[in-house]
Design a protein around this ligand. Structure first.
Ligand SMILES: Nc1ncnc2c1ncn2[C@@H]1O[C@H](COP(=O)(O)OP(=O)(O)OP(=O)(O)O)[C@@H](O)[C@H]1O
Ligand SMILES: [Mg+2]
Length: 581
């Protein structure tokens, strides 16, 4: 545990490193702020001994100015350290957040299929903010209060070492107590962060699926779920606050024993003449003013514990190396020339094997269709071709190059993908179409929309192409969303198209519009088409029939129909269904 903790501090410090100049300046400010507290104490001693007892009028007139002057200086340094530390803290958080975001983008799909989005959001937001608190507050407190403590203790020893030793004897108890409590607190904080993440993912999930929630009248259920998660968070937070709140009262209770004894012992020494009254008053003042910095130092450890808990969660993600990485000497393919070949490809997402010994080729200019029942592994084949995952066995070759050797960016630039569930962004229709090609001209965008049979409905909308489609296109019909996705692929004009046909049912007019758009998309292109409506693929150059992750048949429509095998069975099944409805 200790190892991890130290690792996190070291790691945090590497983020502070670029700002070391400001950091040193801040440290200096803290040292001065702390040191000036000791100077104040010295003034108190002189006030009592030289002014009150020896009646030194000159000093009496001087001391008020000194008090104001010292306070002024202390104020300036305090301002400087606070401002600088917050600046550094925010800047570090800014850097870590950006780093985490770009790291997340490089992680492969398998990471995202195992982590709820809300969980990721909470790491990017609240966890990082907690770390910032620790950086700007804790470091500031440690140094400023630390210097104050050292300076005050030094002065106390100078005034009366015996008394000082007695007071310091309680210190180890206080330290032990605070460390014990803060270890507990760290464990609690980790739990609190986790609960926050669960809460965020509930929010994210219910509102991004609000339509389903309403359609199934699950509002009450979701409310209860939210309330329960919220309650768990509340409980965890309160438990950790219970411990956090205990620290400073306990520290002051233990300290009070020491102070009680010192008042008695010191008073006796003054009466016996072993100590001046001024020294005693200054000593007591010093001891009392030690309390605040000590208590803050006690609190610091709790702030740090919370930050460590958050830091663990942030660095845990930064430590994940993406499964899908660019090779060290990538082959850049600027053009697709010959063919794609699946060679003995087997694949599993988790435990269960999803694809077994897949062998087939897609020649340039060919349309290859994949058909098969739901769950057969069709989308998985598309995922492998786009190198969202790597095969466990076998390989996929593009013009003779293993995909694992190919520059990922150059591969994806060749591909156009229309996914099974249409994915639109919270942006204008125009920007959604030009998503893969931001440099496209307006004319090109409109042409793509026309070819996708989307232009006419877009034009009818109030703001035309500039209409905002909020939240994954909830304002558009399913067919309209698909046509925008097709326009997006058409505009990119990819050499290789992966088309994962949507399964959703549609009225025949919409269906015809989409079929038309699709056939334009497929024209003179190499394509891997995953078809659910078998009528779509009669003209495909090759049909790969998939069942339980294996290829059971392969050939053209007519050949497969003649064979009276699985394809024919599927085809007739679908034909019967459609003629019944
Ligand atoms: N991200 C994932 N993690 C784990 N298992 C997955 C994942 N995606 C798919 N699977 C599993 O892999 C198998 C094949 O899924 P795939 O999406 O390839 O089927 P499909 O043929 O496209 O089906 P459909 O016609 O319904 O779209 C299924 O059993 C599915 O449960
Ligand atoms: Mg699928």
């Amino acid at each position: 545990m200790k190892q991890i903790k130290n690792g996190i501090y070291a790691r945090l410090l590497t983020f502070v490193k670029p700002y070391w100049k400001r950091f040193i300046l801040a440290l200096l400010c803290m040292v001065f702020t702390g040191g000036l507290s000791a100077v104040m104490l010295w003034l108190i001693k002189d006030m009592v001994d030289k002014v009150l007892l020896n009646k030194n009028i000159f000093l009496l007139n001087l001391i008020p100015f000194l008090i104001i002057g010292i306070s002024l200086l202390q104020g300036v340094f305090n301002y400087g350290q606070r401002y600088l530390m917050h600046w550094i803290g925010q800047k570090v958080v800014f850097d870590i957040r950006n780093k985490l975001y770009s790291h997340l983008q490089r992680l492969s799909l398998s990471f995202f299929s195992h982590k709820p989005v809300g969980e990721i959001i909470s790491r990017l937001t609240s966890d990082i903010t907690t770390m910032q608190n620790a950086l700007s507050r804790a470091i500031g407190d440690i140094v400023k209060e630390g210097v104050t403590v050292v300076a005050l203790v030094g002065l106390l020893i100078y005034f009366n070492w015996q008394l000082a030793l007695i007071s310091l004897a309680i210190l180890p108890f206080v330290v032990k107590l605070t460390t014990n409590l803060s270890n507990k607190l760290r464990k609690m904080s980790r739990k609190v962060r986790k609960k926050m993440a669960t809460l965020t993912s509930v929010i994210q999930e219910t509102f991004s699926s609000i339509r389903i929630v309403k359609a199934f009248s699950m509002e009450k259920y979701e409310r209860e779920k939210f309330k329960n998660r919220s309650k768990e968070y509340f409980k965890a937070e309160m438990k950790s606050q219970q411990i956090a709140a205990l620290i400073s009262p306990l520290v002051s209770l233990i300290s009070s024993f020491g102070i009680a004894f010192i008042v008695w012992f010191g008073g006796k020494q003054v009466i016996e003449g072993a100590m001046t009254a001024g020294e005693f008053v200054a000593f007591m003042g010093g001891l009392l003013s030690l309390y605040r910095p000590m208590a803050r130092l006690g609190d610091v450890s709790s702030v740090i514990q919370q930050a460590v808990a958050s830091g663990e969660r942030v660095f845990e993600i930064l430590n994940i190396t993406p499964d899908i990485k660019n090779p060290s000497n990538p082959v850049v393919i600027s053009e697709f020339k010959d063919k794609i070949k699946f060679e003995n490809v087997s694949f599993k997402y988790d435990e269960e094997v999803v694809l077994k010994d897949i062998n087939f080729e897609i020649n340039k200019g060919e349309i290859v269709a994949i058909v098969g029942p739901s769950g057969a592994g069709k989308t998985t084949i598309a995922n492998l071709l786009a190198r969202f995952y790597d095969p466990d066995k076998g390989r996929i070759l593009i013009d003779g190059n293993d995909l694992r050797q190919v520059d990922i960016l150059s591969l994806r630039n060749l591909l156009g993908i229309v996914t099974q569930d249409t994915i639109l962004f919270n942006d204008t229709i125009y920007n959604n179409i030009s998503y893969g090609k931001p440099e496209a001209t307006e004319k090109e965008v409109i042409e793509a929309a026309k070819a996708a049979n989307a232009h006419s409905f877009i034009e009818k909308m109030r703001n035309g192409y500039q209409t905002y489609i909020h939240e994954r296109g909830q304002r558009l019909s399913g067919g309209q969303q698909q046509r925008i996705a097709i326009a997006r692929a058409l505009l990119k004009n990819p050499s290789i198209l992966i088309l994962d046909e949507a399964t959703s049912e549609m009225d025949s007019e919409s269906e015809t519009l989409i079929q038309e758009a699709l056939s334009r998309l497929l024209q003179s292109r190499t394509a891997l088409v995953i078809a659910h409506r078998l009528s779509t693929i009669k003209s495909a150059d090759k049909i790969v029939v998939l069942k339980d992750g294996r290829i059971v048949e392969m050939g053209k429509h007519n050949e497969l129909m003649k064979k009276s095998g699985y394809y024919r069975y599927l085809y007739e099944l679908q034909f019967r269904e459609t003629s019944q409805t």
